[in-house]
Write a protein of this length. Structure first.
Length: 257
């Protein structure tokens, strides 16, 4: 049976993140057979990350400083994120912030009906402009409120995998329908936003990565391991900067002022 501490699991999440972002940014030049495992590795990232966000929230000694770090590094990452992906979206630092604020609301609002109404009517729509969309806060709150530890390590990833499968499955269906109907103008616009069929097919393998994340989390032994408080904060904008610069050199993106 696996015996993994937090240090090792967090590094798995970081490597999966970097690998999938490389595949995402360089999809035009990476063959499908290589993109599939690279995108699959990305499925490891958020389940592990969200789990430890909840653990961090439970044990943090200063929530305000925790949120401030996320905000500052989120802001620093914005231009590099835009360079890498060519779009504006609130990056994962902001997604984590929103997840933490969701847990705060859950703790503060004792009327559970009111909380879930706010969650569905207000918070879920907001996530449409955040990285990992509705999964960002949904998985975090699931990790927070589920009491049975074994189920807690399984259910959020299953939920995220189902959501991602439906999301990408809809994209693949739409792409195929446009090809069949010969609506090439709409197809060009669609690919500019969603990516081509190879990208969509490889993206669906993130579901497999989420399944593997369940196995890894079930192997978590509860030990912290080596401290790495600032590692993710530094790596997050840095890896986008490197990927973005390589994309510029490959001619995959254009830079203008």
């Amino acid at each position: 049976m696996l015996r993994l501490n937090a240090f090792r699991l967090k590094w798995v999440a970081i490597i999966g993140m970097i690998t999938s972002h490389m595949a995402w940014a360089w999809a035009e030049v990476i063959p499908l057979w290589l993109m599939i495992p690279m995108m699959g590795a990305g499925g490891l990232t958020y389940p592990i990350m969200a789990y430890f966000v909840v653990e961090g929230y439970k044990h943090t000694s200063n929530l305000k400083k925790y949120l401030l770090r996320l905000f500052l590094f989120g802001v620093v990452s914005i231009p590099f994120y835009m360079l890498t992906f060519g779009l504006f979206q609130f990056n994962i630092m902001f997604s984590i912030m929103l997840g933490i604020l969701t847990m705060v609301l859950y703790d503060k609002i004792k009327n559970r009906t009111l909380f879930w109404v706010l969650f569905v009517v207000v918070l879920i729509p907001i996530t449409l402009v955040f990285d990992w969309y509705l999964m960002s806060i949904s998985m975090i709150i699931m990790y927070y409120i589920i009491k049975n530890e074994k189920i807690r390590r399984i259910a959020p990833s299953v939920f995220g995998g189902v959501c991602w499968f439906l999301f990408i499955g809809f994209g693949i269906f739409s792409h195929m329908r446009m090809q069949v109907t010969g609506n090439y103008a709409a197809l060009a616009n669609f690919e500019a936003t969603w990516g081509n069929m190879d990208f969509l097919v490889s993206s669906i393998f993130m579901v497999l990565g989420m399944a593997v994340a369940v196995v890894l989390l079930l192997g978590y032994n509860g030990e912290r391991g080596k401290p790495m408080k600032w590692t993710f904060y530094v790596i997050y904008p840095l890896h986008f900067a490197v990927i973005g610069i390589v994309s510029l050199l490959l001619g995959l993106v254009e830079f203008s002022i």
